[in-house]
Design a protein around this ligand. Structure first.
Ligand SMILES: *Cc1c(COP(=O)(O)O)cnc(C)c1O
Length: 243
């Protein structure tokens, strides 16, 4: 198990590097986030001890359950799943970034809690770039006005955009979602919103990381290619399955 994880990590880093080389990008501009849903703490620990630092969880319950197993490790945790407003306070105990900000009521609730705690947090806006109804995320044409609203909350540091693109066995069908996220970033820059100049794109998963990097991704979120298939029947990659 340990050898597998270490081997898989090497492979994923190689894929990232190869793709960067092909698209004339610097590998240091593409971060790897380990998508660790359903992965137990001892496996995550192996990856961290092999040098990884960034993990993403989809559920409050998993953040809590794994916390003690990850003690004394230097990790940064992001929340990448659908976040219910009533879980905000608990989730904030564990993470430094919410990548799935997708509605004003959530921004409001985060701000309220963060003001109490007198701290700030990083956020990415989740955008639904595949137009699938089953996916959470802002509609592409809402993003600019949403940013203007969220900017009012000084507790939220706007870091970038996140998407789960369309997943398909045919590679080229996955590209338009990824291109769209990049286009939305251009629109945001064109709108010249004060203070919004450097936005990261969090896109690309096990299946589409090459395409995502070619389209400008700054952070790929990878689970399966590192930890193997998630077998639990009720659990699929889709973060939209309610808790
Ligand atoms: C599970 C998940 C990933 C990783 O998916 P894999 O196909 O296992 O690499 C990335 N992003 C989000 C939001 C996820 O829920």
């Amino acid at each position: 198990m340990k050898e597998d994880i270490i081997y898989n990590l090497k492979q994923v880093h190689q894929r990232i590097e190869d793709t960067c080389r092909l698209s004339n990008r610097n590998p240091s501009d593409v971060q790897l986030l380990l998508a660790t849903k359903t992965v137990p703490a001892d496996k995550i620990r192996i990856a961290i001890e092999a040098g990884e630092t960034l993990i993403g969880e989809n559920k409050m319950q998993e953040l809590r359950d794994k916390d003690s197993g990850l003690k004394n490790l230097n990790i940064e945790r992001h929340f990448i799943g659908h976040l219910q407003t009533n879980k905000v306070k608990d989730v904030l105990k564990y993470v430094s970034c919410i990548q799935s900000l997708d509605r004003l009521s959530l921004a409001e609730e985060l701000n309220k809690q963060l003001l109490k705690e007198e701290r700030c947090i990083d956020v990415f806006f989740q955008v639904n770039t595949s137009f699938e109804e089953s996916k959470f995320g802002l509609a592409p044409n809402e993003v600019v006005s949403f940013i203007r609203e969220v900017k009012k909350y000084k507790t939220l540091n706007i870091k970038g955009l996140m998407t789960i693109g369309l997943l398909d066995v045919e590679k080229e069908k996955m590209r338009p979602s990824l291109q769209l996220l990049r286009k939305i970033r251009e629109e945001i820059y064109d709108a010249q919103i004060e203070g919004i100049t450097h936005l990261k794109l969090s896109m690309g998963m096990s299946q589409d990381l090459e395409l995502a990097i070619a389209e400008g991704s700054n952070m790929v979120r990878v689970g399966t290619s590192i930890f193997g298939n998630r077998f639990l029947g009720k659990e699929i990659w889709n973060e939209n399955i309610a808790e």
